[in-house]
Each structure stands twice: as structure tokens, then as C-alpha cells.
Design a protein around this ligand. Structure first.
Ligand code: ADP
Ligand code: MG
Length: 901
């Protein structure tokens, strides 16, 4: 066990002799043994023993120690004022953090100050703005097994629940296939997951933190109660026991992480048993209910274009493929012109889950088209949306009572923008935009309330007054009036007393220790009246008070204190009233997010000359796919390249398997990805980088990039390659789009070719998937001629003066050569080496560079002599067309040496 977690051994041995404070620390560590406990001592959060040593090193803070009668314990503390940044570092190091605050004032108790864990910070349950990326969701997941609804008769299946605690987004799904759930997990990339007793953790990627949690939270009935306490009848809402168990457990976990003591959720055995008598988890934790969780959306993975982890990566949706690729060299990077965090998250959700249903896709296209048509509307909307705060997280904070007055003003400022946005959409035509206009509820009541109640520029502190506006509350105005009158009386006091005493230098002043005073310089002390009482003697003067002044002062202080209290009360009332409108605020947030995402798509479409794709009915292509793209471009590469050569694609059930050949660097991989990305963008609802596009929605995109090309993945084993191919061959169907890039390179040429050929035949004859297959195995082009629905494409290059010119233009038919050596020239390999290699290649490959035909020539050595057998064999095995320039160089160097010997 990590020595930073759990009760320190050194303390555990002598628990009963520890000072009460240290015992408290020990017990909290025992109770929250999965987290580092940050233990408030005054202005610091302290850690002790193993946790102190670890934190000191990780956070670069001083390691000190604390002594009591039982010994000396290492101690390291972080200042509370600056805690968030330290907590962030602990999270990054893979820890969970339990924050134990002093929950009573030190003065209030005779014994040790009571401390309690007020929140548990884990990667998946963050709500602190400072710790969250604004433009993406942060999900915590739960996985549970249970009786399912997807299979008849009902069999066990796996459910996944996903919750973003900061925004309230809550989703659930399930499937009879564990792999399908694994795919959904990669779509959403949860930061953390709780896993039910009989659910497999291996559907989670490595980077997802797995959190142990009370198994009983996954109990069907108990979970059902939890769900129902938030959303009503769980059976009406969710499809299966598995889903109910996952959702219920996730809610219980979110409440637990929210903090407070949850008897029975954790803790020791006796507490568990007691709690088991009352199965309603939520009932025990009233205080921690997450009121802003107002909707739970159940979805079926089959409603969306399915993208597994491999496809997500290879199509560069969110992560650049190249290891040191530019961060924005991704689909989301080229598409994201959103103005606010809400829109950024919406766009990412759309990208994660491209649609299948033509009507839904076209509704988005309609809106994008309309917004593309009007520069004015688009730009105005964008400008206005820039003033929109992150309403989802804002209302979450308001609802959790963590919002301050500035947050309320931010809400108000966002609401102020809404009527203007509605105006922008006044002439909207398409259904999506007119519906959006109606959904843009300005929440005038909420806005008026905040306007009336909260001053325009309030302080951050909510207990020290200065928040509530004049004329909002009569009591408050009275108290302020009293304080003001008192101060006025004091302001006038100086003039009155000067007149009364005749001392012109008499002054009224204030200091924080003695309060108000009247100061008389020494020469004038004779004039001091009867009722002055001496308070303080200075070098040149004396300070006095009068009973009346004291009385006024008390009145002022009292009124101010009560005013502050009253303000806090009123503020909390307003905050609660606003929190009651959580659902309306969330609906508004969703409308703003959608508008922002649509405007972003339209902006990109207009700026980069995208076209509206025509979406074909799913029945049109006779159960198969029709993909017809003219002048298509790679959305990411075209942004980084000075000039990009557009290429079309024409695929249909009759022409559904393309074998693509061409030299290295000619554009095969780019071409295949661009076809898939155009399809994907279309289904997201975006316009596409092409002159025109017509396509049937695709159910699923598979990609397999041969090991040698898979730079970012770094998983170059043949086994992985075959494993992923197996998935494709098993799961693909005629509605799938399959990209195979240089598959079959992880083994010998003969094996590789055999496998590639068998795969091609199977995909063609049995699977019927629309397939793009880039290959260096030229015999595959001959195979394509024999298969009725297969055809060949290639990238040609020109050679002038021994230099290769890439046109990046796709053409029908098979390529004739690979030009690997010329690529070496282009890459700057020294002339002499290139010449020599050209010589070697010419002998090795008379007409084509494919090994089988080169056999005879390879043994003829340039000097007229026989080529040594070992070198000949090496040469034959050399896959010239697909060596990288550097490999070619090394390889040539090696062969030359071999010959020399
Ligand atoms: P291959 O897979 O055939 O080896 P790639 O698709 O990786 O080739 O392309 C190599 C490089 O050529 C790309 O990085 C890109 O810079 C450029 N390229 C590819 N296609 C095009 C195109 N259509 N227009 C312009 N440049 C292109
Ligand atoms: Mg390639």
C-alpha cells in the first residue's frame, strides 16, 4: 500500500495515546484510506508521516515535524489560501484528496476542534473551475453488470453511466457486448470510474483511475431508489437492471465525493450494517444531494456512428497523430471556432457522437447553411456569445451553494445577452434555428431579481457586506440608515465640539483598537469639558471619548454587523431562488451551446470553402453505402499545407473495395483518412471540405493503420495488428467504412501478402464493407481485377532528371513503381548513395520492383560477376518501395559493407 494513504503505521500503533488532534487525523486517514487527507490546522492543510514525506517531495514544500508525548511525526502543510494549485498537483500525481476542514470555530469548543471531510477531490469529480478544462467535459463513469434488455431472453449485459459533476451532464447506455462498452468508454474518455462487483475493469483504458466503492451502492434495489430520488421511476427511464445499477452507484459516488460524512457508504463494518437496514442511499445524504442533476439521458450506442479507440486516434478527432504534432492538428482543432465554453463542449460532444439519422443530420446542415449565408448574423452571434459565461458550471455552483455574488452577476450578464441573440435569429427560417430562438429563454424574472438584489460590482467575499443593492430590503436599508446617521453625527461632531470648546485644533478620529476619539493637543487641555473621558495619552495630545460618542459608536458597529448578516441572509435567499430555476438555466445553456456550435460550423464552412453534403436515404444504396465526393480535401492537412490537391472518391455497392497503390509519400494515407473524415464531418452536421459530396450515413468506421505507420500508438507488434483486424472482420458489415493502411507489414513479405489477400477476399465476398485498402503488395491490384466489386486506384508520380515530382493526384488503375530511392533524394540523402542505390534497384527490379520478378536480375552483379548469395537474398527481401529515406540509407550502407567483405 502507498505509504501516503491510510492511517500512518507509526500512529496506528499508539492510537489511544495520541493527542486528540492527532487521533482525529489518524481516524480520518483510516476512514478515507483511498485518499491523501488534507487536515486543517488554522491557516494550513497539514499532512503527516508518509503523506507528509510524499507531499513535501511532490509539492516542493517544507518537511517539518510535530511532536507529542508519543513521538515525533513528519509534517508538511500547504497554505489554505493557495490550496487548489497544490491539490491539482496531487491529482496529477494520481492521488485522490480528502479535504478535512475545521467545522467549528476554535473558540467555540473546550476540547479539540471538530474536523470533517467536506469534499473529496478526485480526477472524475472535480467542480473547481481552476482544475477543469473549460471546453471539454470531465466525466466520471460507473460500470455495472446486470440483467439486460438488449437480448432476448434477457441475459447479463454491461452498462456504462457517465456523469460530469461540474455541468450535470448525465448519460447511460448498455450493451450485450463488453467491447461495445469499451468503445463507448473511449468515446467519452472518463477520468475516473467506479466499477461494480461483477463488472470487468478491463473495458477501461489505462489512464482512467479506477476507484473502489461500496459494492452495496450497486445493489439493484438500492440503486433504483437512488435513481428514483432524482429522476423518478428508474424503470421508465432506463433500459435494464445493469443501467439502473450503474446510474444509482454513480449518483451515490458523486454524493460521497461531494463530501460530508456518509455513514454506511464507507467506514467500518458496524456502520455498514446499520445502514444496510435503510437501503435508501440518497435518503441518508440529504445534505449532499446534487440538485442540479436534473436530467439523465439514456442512449443506445447504435444511434451514433461508432468509432472505437483506434478510429478516434487514427482519424485525429481529438489527439494529433504525430507524436510531436501540432496540438491543433486535429479535427476538433480545425472545427472549433466556438465563442464560449458551452459551445466548445457541445461541439466536442457532436464530434464524439456523429449522427446516423438523415433527418437529424440535415436539421444541422439546414442551420449551418442558413448561418453560412448571412455573415452579419453569424458574426453578431459570435460576438454576443463571447459574453456568455459557462452557465452549466455556474448554475452547478449556485446550486451547490458555492457561488458568490460575482457568479450571480455573471449569470445576469449572460442573461442580458439573450434578448439580443433572439433578435439575431428573428428572421431565422429553418426549423432548428427557429426552435433555438424559442429555446433562448431570457429568464427575465431571474435577471430582474439579480439586478434588483445584487450590486453591479460586488466583492468576492459573501459575508462582509457590500453585496446587496439599496432599496432591495427595508430592514437592510434601515440598518444601513442607522449606521449612516451615526457616522454623519460623528462627522458633524468635530465642528460641534470645536464650537463648544473653542478649541480650533480639536479633531475627531478613529483607530481600530480604541474606536472613535476626540483629540485635544496639550496646550488646549484646559478647555476639555466635564463629560470627556480620557482614553489615551500621546506625546503632544490626549484622546478622549464621551458617553454619547461611545453610544453612537456601538450603534454604528452593531448596525453594520447586523447589516452584514442581513446581507448574507438575503444573498443566500437570492442564490436559492436562482437555484430553483436550475432546469430553465440548463435549458438555456443548452440552447446557447447549440447555437455556438452551429455558428462555429458555419464560420468554418464559410472561411474554408466547405460544401453542404447531400445525405442519402439509408435505403437508397440498397443496404450498402454510396459515397460520392468531388474535389475532397483533408480537413487537417489542408490547413498546414501551402497547397493541397483535391481528390474525389466514388464508392457504391458495385464499387466498394478500392486497392490503392503508389510510392511512399504520394498521399495514400492522407487520401483514405480524408474520405473517412469527410463522411464523419457530414454526420456530425458539419459542411465538408469538398466541391460536392453525396453520401449514405455510415454506421461504423474502422481503421487499421499498419504497424510501421502507427507512430503515435507505439504499439508495433504484429499481434496487435492481427487482433484489430480480427475485430474488423468480425464486426464490420455492409454499412461500415473500413480503412486499411499498409496492413500486413509486421511479418515477412510472403506472409504479409497472403494475409492481405485473404483479408481482401473476405471483406469483398463475406463482409461487404466499403473498404479503402492502401497497400505495397502489388499482387493485390491483380486480385482487385478479379473481384467484381473491387477496383484499383493509384497515385502517380513524375520523374524528371531523376527527381520525383509528387502530384498527389488519385488516378484509376494500379501504380507501376515505388520510387523509394527518389524519395531518398528528395530527403537529402547524399548523391553518391542515391546513385549507387539506383544502380542496385535497376538490377534488382527490371520492370517492377516487386521481389518475385526480380529474382533472376538480383543475382547479376553490376561488375559482371555473380552477386554473393547472402547479399542477393537480402536485396530480394528488401521492400524498396516502402523504406523510409533513413532506413534506405542505413540499409544501403549495410549492403555495401556486406559486399566489401
Ligand atoms: P503515403 O501514405 O502515400 O506515404 P501520405 O498520405 O502520408 O503518403 O502523404 C505524404 C505527405 O504528402 C503528406 O504529409 C502531405 O504533406 C502530402 N500530401 C498528401 N496528400 C496531399 C495532397 N492531396 N495535396 C498536397 N499534399 C499532399
Ligand atoms: Mg501512408
Amino acid at each position: 500500500m502507498d505509504p501516503a494513504l491510510g492511517p500512518p503505521d507509526a500512529m496506528a500503533e499508539k492510537r489511544d495515546e495520541l493527542t486528540p488532534m492527532m487521533r482525529q487525523y489518524h481516524d480520518l486517514c483510516a476512514r478515507y484510506d483511498e485518499a491523501i487527507v488534507l487536515f486543517q490546522v488554522g491557516d494550513f492543510y497539514e499532512t503527516f508521516c508518509g503523506a507528509a514525506e510524499r507531499s513535501a517531495r511532490l509539492l516542493e514544500i517544507a518537511l517539518t515535524s510535530r511532536e507529542d508525548s508519543t513521538g515525533e511525526y513528519p509534517m508538511a502543510g500547504i497554505p489554505i489560501d493557495n490550496a487548489e494549485s497544490y491539490i491539482e498537483e496531487l491529482l496529477e500525481a494520481g492521488y485522490r484528496v480528502a479535504v478535512a476542514d475545521q467545522v467549528e470555530e476554535p473558540g467555540e469548543t473546550s476540547g479539540v476542534v471538530e474536523r470533517a471531510v467536506t469534499r473529496i477531490v478526485t480526477p472524475g469529480t472535480l467542480t473547481e473551475d481552476e482544475l477543469l478544462a473549460s471546453d471539454d467535459n470531465n466525466f466520471v463513469a460507473a460500470i455495472a453488470r446486470g440483467r439486460g434488455a438488449n437480448t432476448r431472453p434477457a441475459a447479463d449485459e454491461l452498462a456504462l453511466a457517465l456523469l460530469d459533476v461540474s455541468t450535470g451532464d448525465f448519460l447511460a447506455t448498455s450493451s450485450a457486448s463488453d467491447e461495445a462498452i469499451a468503445d463507448e468508454v473511449s468515446r467519452f474518455g472518463p477520468a475516473e470510474a467506479v466499477v461494480g462487483p461483477d463488472a470487468p475493469a478491463d473495458v477501461l483504458p489505462e489512464e482512467c483511475m479506477v476507484t473502489p466503492f461500496d459494492d452495496r451502492a450497486f445493489d439493484r434495489d438500492r440503486a433504483g431508489e437512488t435513481v428514483s430520488s432524482y429522476f423518478g421511476d428508474p424503470d421508465a427511464l432506463l433500459a435494464s437492471d445493469a443501467e439502473i445499477r450503474a446510474c444509482g452507484a454513480l449518483l451515490a459516488y458523486a454524493e460521497y465525493a461531494r463530501g460530508g460524512e456518509h455513514e454506511g457508504e464507507r467506514g467500518d463494518g458496524t456502520e455498514r450494517d446499520e445502514a444496510a437496514d435503510s437501503p435508501v442511499a440518497a435518503g441518508e445524504s440529504q445534505g449532499d444531494r446534487l440538485e442540479y442533476l436534473t436530467h439523465l439521458t439514456r442512449y443506445d450506442p447504435r444511434e451514433y456512428l461508432l468509432l472505437d479507440a483506434v478510429a478516434l486516434r487514427s482519424l485525429e478527432l481529438f489527439e494529433p497523430r504525430a507524436v510531436r504534432g501540432r496540438e491543433d492538428a486535429t479535427l476538433v482543432g480545425v472545427l472549433d471556432e466556438t465563442a464560449c465554453a458551452l459551445g466548445g463542449r457541445k461541439l466536442r460532444d457532436w464530434l464524439r457522437r456523429p449522427l446516423l439519422e438523415p433527418r437529424r443530420i440535415e436539421a444541422r446542415h439546414d442551420a449551418v447553411e442558413e448561418l453560412t449565408g448571412s455573415v452579419q448574423t453569424r458574426e453578431h452571434c459570435h460576438e454576443l456569445l463571447r459574453d456568455v459565461y459557462d452557465l452549466e458550471r455556474l448554475i452547478g455552483r449556485i446550486s451547490r451553494e458555492r457561488a458568490n455574488a460575482r457568479d450571480l452577476r455573471s449569470l445576469r450578464d449572460t442573461l442580458a445577452v439573450v434578448p439580443e441573440l433572439r433578435d439575431q435569429l428573428a428572421d431565422a427560417d429553418c426549423d432548428r434555428l427557429t426552435a433555438l430562438r424559442d429555446e433562448l429563454d431570457p429568464l427575465a424574472d431571474v435577471r430582474d431579481l439579480i439586478d434588483d438584489a445584487i450590486v453591479a460590482d460586488p466583492p468576492i467575499e459573501i459575508t462582509e457586506g457590500g453585496i446587496v443593492a439599496e432599496d432591495y430590503d427595508a430592514d437592510l436599508d434601515d440598518l444601513r440608515g442607522t449606521a449612516r446617521d451615526g457616522k454623519q453625527w460623528i462627522d458633524d461632531l468635530e465642528a460641534r465640539e470645536r464650537e463648544r470648546t473653542g478649541v480650533d485644533s480639536l479633531k475627531v478620529g478613529y483607530n481600530s483598537v480604541h474606536g472613535y476619539y476626540i483629540e485635544v493637543t496639550n496646550p488646549n487641555l484646559d478647555a476639555v469639558p466635564e463629560n470627556y473621558q480620557r482614553r489615551q495619552t500621546l506625546k503632544n495630545s490626549e484622546r478622549f471619548v464621551t458617553p454619547e460618542l461611545k453610544e453612537r459608536e456601538d450603534e454604528i458597529v452593531g448596525a453594520e454587523e447586523r447589516a452584514d448578516e442581513r446581507e448574507y441572509e438575503l444573498f443566500c435567499d437570492v442564490r436559492r431562488t436562482v437555484a430553483d430555476e436550475v432546469e430553465r438555466v440548463q435549458r438555456l445553456a443548452d440552447a446557447l451551446a447549440t447555437l455556438d456550435a452551429l455558428v462555429s460550423l458555419a464560420t468554418v464552412a464559410a472561411q474554408y470553402d466547405y460544401c453542404r453534403p447531400e445525405i442519402l436515404d439509408r435505403e437508397a444504396a440498397d443496404g450498402g453505402l454510396e459515397i460520392d465526393i468531388e474535389g475532397g480535401r483533408h480537413p487537417v492537412v489542408e490547413r498546414t499545407q501551402e497547397s493541397f490537391v483535391p481528390n474525389g472518391a466514388r464508392l457504391s455497392p458495385e464499387r466498394r473495395l478500392a486497392v490503392i497503390t503508389g510510392p511512399n509519400m504520394s498521399g495514400k494515407s492522407t487520401y483514405m483518412r480524408q474520405v473517412a473524415q469527410i463522411v464523419l464531418l457530414a454526420q456530425v452536421g458539419s459542411f465538408v471540405p469538398a466541391e460536392s459530396a453525396r453520401l449514405t450515413p455510415v454506421d461504423r468506421i474502422f481503421t487499421r493503420v499498419g504497424a510501421s505507420d502507427d507512430i503515435a500508438g507505439g504499439r508495433s507488434t504484429f499481434m496487435v495488428e492481427m487482433d484489430e483486424l480480427a475485430t474488423i472482420l468480425r464486426d464490420a458489415d455492409e454499412r461500415s467504412l473500413v480503412l486499411l493502411d499498409e496492413v500486413g507489414r509486421g511479418t515477412s513479405t510472403a506472409d504479409g501478402l497472403a494475409i492481405a489477400q485473404a483479408i481482401t477476399e473476405h471483406l469483398h465476398d463475406e463482409v461487404g464493407a466499403t473498404t479503402l485498402f492502401a497497400t505495397h503488395h502489388h499482387p493485390l491490384t491483380e486480385l482487385a481485377d478479379d473481384l467484381p466489386a473491387a477496383f484499383t486506384l493509384h497515385f502517380a508520380v513524375d520523374q524528371t532528371d531523376g527527381e520525383v515530382v509528387f502530384h498527389h493526384e488519385i488516378e484509376p488503375g494500379a501504380a507501376t513503381g515505388s520510387y523509394g530511392v527518389e524519395v531518398a533524394t528528395a530527403a537529402g540523402v547524399p548523391e553518391a548513395v542515391v546513385d549507387r542505390s539506383r544502380e542496385l534497384v535497376e538490377q534488382a527490379t527490371p520492370a517492377e520492383n516487386d521481389a518475385p520478378t526480380a529474382d533472376a536480375a538480383a543475382t547479376q552483379y553490376a561488375d559482371g560477376g555473380e552477386l554473393p548469395a547472402d547479399v542477393a537474398a537480402e536485396l530480394r527481401a528488401l521492400d524498396v518501395g516502402h523504406l523510409t529515406p533513413v532506413d534506405a540509407l542505413t540499409e544501403l550502407d549495410r549492403l555495401q559493407r556486406l559486399l566489401e567483405e
